[in-house]
Design a binder for this molecule. Structure first.
Ligand SMILES: NC(=O)c1ccc[n+]([C@@H]2O[C@H](COP(=O)([O-])OP(=O)(O)OC[C@H]3O[C@@H](n4cnc5c(N)ncnc54)[C@H](O)[C@@H]3O)[C@@H](O)[C@H]2O)c1
Length: 423
């Protein structure tokens, strides 16, 4: 059982706020991400009884809602997969038509988007995912394919798109430096043209529009922590500018449509977030540390480890996005966790939690990784810390998850990915 920052058990995420009930049992959500997509086994699965297969599979998912798992099987001998579609979907709320929203989630196959989609689906809304699968993957939401409330469309937001909808969560944009710098011109086109297209859609359908902006709009800040009325300190021509300036102009467009055309807008400025389904190879510190420790390798710390970082867990972010969408707040709102850790503390925490999880899962004498130090890369960004006073005041939102709990779930998630052989 996970405990929140005040030591209370976390049984549900979300809340009943602004007339929108976003409460979902955490165990149901976990059954959607803390599991392998397929079981890798040398055992001859086809010759086992359904009960034996079920028991074998539940070893990987620790007994959680196996009814809702796809039981696809990887055959290492001939390197092939037998895909199985779901026989049952997790139960979703039966909402009266007046309460059921038609929600468009651009970038819904990405890390944050897929968690938002899980939540909106379980709450009984009709969800359309629009994604070009540049950094996202169909597998993050494939457990909903075929559900009558769900649609997934391959589409690039730089092209116009028409649909009838009530709410648009506009997330489509690569978010990690290696991905957004891969094609800087495309990133800025996605930010500008993608946002222009989605705002045009919001204007036509009178849908409420929420954009996921970023703490990067504050650049290398001269003010700590950063409140929303700080205008930022961004280098307009540096390698990060395609993302930072892209998001700044996307915000400008958003408020242009709001003032000129009365589009109902929400702007979330998201600070560093981590959680399951995060790309393990995009160089983020949390995933790097966990994967090294799980593989029994030494953990690499750049610099002396005294630099600080702060991260929020993805469920807190999804709570914040849903509260903001359903509130009356049209000004930008920071959503982030201000608890700072030194990198050294992070590394030690990850190392201890990996050993703890391995022991709980019956691994005898798991290796406790050592920490090795390497020189700091030259462009390591200065850290930002959110001032979340506005989120607290207008949304009643505060982070509930501790970094420790979040890391523990991440360890279990990556363990499952390793079990399926995809990492
Ligand atoms: N994760 C964080 O820490 C963080 C921090 C600040 C802001 N954000 C913002 O949150 C949003 C989601 O981030 P994430 O971490 O889930 O990233 P992600 O890369 O996992 O997800 C982005 C999704 O958008 C899709 N996409 C990219 N370009 C597209 C295009 N042109 N057309 C259609 N789909 C496209 C990708 O395929 C992917 O599914 C982004 O807008 C990002 O800027 C994230």
């Amino acid at each position: 059982m996970s405990k929140d920052k005040e030591g209370k058990d976390i049984v549900t995420v979300g809340a009943l706020k602004f007339g929108f009930d976003s409460r979902v049992a955490i165990d149901t959500l976990r059954s959607l991400y803390l599991r392998p997509h397929y079981v890798s086994t040398v055992a001859d699965f086809e010759n086992e009884t359904p009960k034996e297969q079920e028991e074998f599979h539940s070893l990987f998912v620790r007994g959680s809602a196996t009814d809702y798992q796809s039981k696809s099987i990887f055959h290492p001998n001939d390197n092939s997969i037998s895909y199985t579609t779901l026989s049952r979907f997790p139960p979703v709320k039966l909402l009266p038509p007046a309460n059921r929203k038609r929600v468009l989630v651009t970038g819904g196959a990405g890390f944050v988007g897929s968690h938002l989609v899980d939540r909106l689906m379980l709450l009984g809304h009709e969800v359309t995912v629009l994604d070009n699968f540049f950094t996202g993957s169909k597998t993050t939401v494939s457990h909903w394919v075929g559900h009558p409330n769900f649609e997934m469309i391959r589409h690039d937001v730089i092209e116009p798109f028409m649909i009838e909808c009530d709410q648009i969560y506009h997330l489509a944009c690569p978010a990690s430096p290696p991905h957004y710098q891969f094609n800087a011109v495309k990133t800025i086109k996605t930010s500008f043209m993608g946002t222009l297209n989605m705002l045009g859609l919001a204007k036509r359908t009178k849908a409420r529009f929420l954009i996921t902006s970023t703490s990067e709009v504050y650049g290398d800040p001269e003010v700590h922590p950063q409140p929303e009325d700080y205008w930022g300190h961004v280098n307009p021509i540096g390698p990060r500018a395609c993302y930072d300036e892209g998001k700044r102009v996307a915000e400008t467009l958003t408020y242009g449509f709001h003032r000129q055309d009365g589009v109902d807008v929400r702007v979330a400025r998201i600070f560093n977030t981590f959680g399951p389904r995060m790309n393990p190879y995009d160089g983020r510190v949390v995933s790097n540390f966990i994967i090294q420790a799980l593989k029994g390798e030494d953990i690499t710390v750049y610099g002396d480890g005294k630099q600080t970082r702060s991260f929020q867990y993805v469920h807190d972010l999804v709570d914040g996005l849903i509260y903001l969408m359903n509130s009356d707040e049209t000004r930008p709102v920071n959503i982030g966790n201000g608890d700072e850790f030194t990198i050294q503390q992070f590394a030690e925490l990850v190392r201890d939690l990996v050993v703890k999880v391995q022991q709980e899962d019956g691994v005898e004498n798991p290796r406790r990784s050592d920490i090795k130090y390497e020189p700091m890369p030259p462009d390591d960004p200065q850290m930002r810390r959110p001032d979340t006073t506005r989120a607290k005041e207008v949304l009643g939102w505060q982070p509930r998850w501790t970094v420790k709990m979040g890391i523990e779930e991440m360890v279990r998630y990556y363990k499952a990915k390793m079990a399926e052989g995809s990492m």
